[in-house]
Design a protein around this ligand. Structure first.
Ligand code: SF4
Length: 403
């Protein structure tokens, strides 16, 4: 089937833009950053949303905006405070970029967030997608955004395999957002106070168009089961007209490689053994001792091996040790959580009280392990106590994260 005329003709593209804007006005999810046009607030949301689900980001964004409401507060913030605010979001290099960019804006732009796409793109850690999202949302510039969700919508709509890197995806998104620039702002009705549609915040049309495409990809045009019957594009979409045959992907992800880890929970007199990463993506974050279990493949390089030379494990419960699944890059880790004793002093280790544990920035995996442990039978299991003679202990004990 050839590409339909409505995918090419200006009148049809205008109609498509109108449909998208109307649909977004009635279906936008009620997200807190959709109530602001402050470029700083939008920037923080966009960076948090990279690689992270919307539902996860909301509470992080609200806490961040309460504690660091503007560029100067971010530029002044201590790295440890930033890490704590970001704890659990992963991809921690984003934090370094945020702080560097805030300082650069204060020094080179007199504290005013850059107003053009090219200037925004020059900030550390900002690529074309994020620059386009900020420029359209904060300044209503007709800058396109194409991520995996948008590319999937455009690909199916046109019946051609397009990706977030295809020039064709960006060209079509550009045409659409340029048309939207001539439209009226869109009232976001789901964000209005109950029973008072007049209180709906107005979204600039370039931002509304970009967000409509993203929203459609995230909520309707799903990767495996697109909900075409609920889609405003169904009468114009080639994918829907072809009966759901995907145009295919230019690249397919290879399946995640399974690996096994063991995480060691070592406690002594109410203190827990952790260490602070000095290199890598988790630099500055605190972690439990975690080891990769031997397999017939070479280790992945993320974790050391040979836990038995350092730790003696307590017998596992009859149903086996608690286990969680954690993804890092292309690896899918099955992590056994084991209570253990130290056989000999562990060089990079520190003994932390529960209060210190709560206040230090923890790696995503460690946070996950501790949450799992505290919410399962592991928390009530008998845990070994032993004397870590070489280590200094702290006098104070706060509320217990782990009991
Ligand atoms: S009609 Fe179906 S395939 Fe086409 S854009 Fe909508 S949800 Fe996606």
């Amino acid at each position: 089937m050839t590409e339909p005329a409505h995918a090419r003709h200006p009148a049809e593209l205008r109609a498509l833009v109108r449909v998208l804007l109307r649909w977004f006005g009635h279906n936008a999810r009620n997200l807190p950053w959709r109530r602001t046009r402050d470029p700083y607030a939008i920037w923080i949301a966009e960076v948090m949303l990279q690689q992270t689900r919307v539902s996860t980001v909301q509470s992080y964004w609200e806490r961040w905006m309460r504690e660091l409401p503007d560029l100067p507060s971010l530029a002044r913030a201590h790295p440890r405070r930033l890490r704590k605010l970001w704890e659990g979001l992963g991809y921690y290099r984003r934090l370094d970029h945020l702080r560097s960019a805030a300082r650069l804006i204060l020094e080179q732009h007199a504290g005013r967030f850059p107003h053009t796409y090219d200037e925004i793109l020059k900030l550390p850690g900002i690529g074309p997608y994020t620059a386009g999202a900020i420029a359209s949302a904060a300044f209503n510039l007709p800058t396109p955004v194409v991520d995996g969700n948008v590319a999937r919508v455009l690909s199916r709509f046109r019946g051609r395999p397009l990706t977030a890197r295809s020039a064709d995806s960006w060209a079509l998104a550009t045409r659409l957002v340029q048309i939207a620039a001539r439209c009226m702002p869109v009232a976001l009705l789901p964000l209005a106070e109950p029973g008072r549609p007049g209180t709906a915040p107005l979204c600039p049309p370039c931002s509304a168009l970009n967000q409509a495409l993203m929203e459609l990809g995230a909520t309707i045009c799903l990767p495996h089961n697109p909900r075409c019957t609920d889609c405003p594009l169904r009468s114009r979409c080639l994918h829907a007209r072809q009966g759901g045959a995907d145009p295919g992907r230019a690249t397919r992800r290879s399946p995640a490689e399974p690996r096994r880890l063991v995480a060691c929970l070592v406690r002594s007199h109410g203190h827990w053994l952790l260490h602070q990463r000095s290199t890598g993506v988790n630099r500055g974050y605190w972690e439990l001792p975690v080891f990769e279990l031997p397999s017939d493949r070479p280790p992945s390089g993320h974790f050391p091996t040979d836990p038995e030379s350092w730790f003696e494990f307590e017998p596992s419960p009859t149903q086996g040790p608690p286990t969680i699944v954690h993804h890092i890059t292309r690896f899918r880790y099955h992590v056994e959580i084991r209570a253990a004793r130290l056989k000999r002093p562990w060089p990079p280790g520190h003994w932390l009280t529960p209060r210190q544990l709560q206040n230090r920035p923890l790696s995503r995996l460690t946070t996950k392990i501790l949450h799992h442990w505290t919410s399962t039978a592991g928390a009530t299991a008998k845990h070994p106590e032993h004397d870590p003679a070489p280590h200094k202990r702290h006098a104070s004990e706060g509320p217990t994260l782990l009991k």
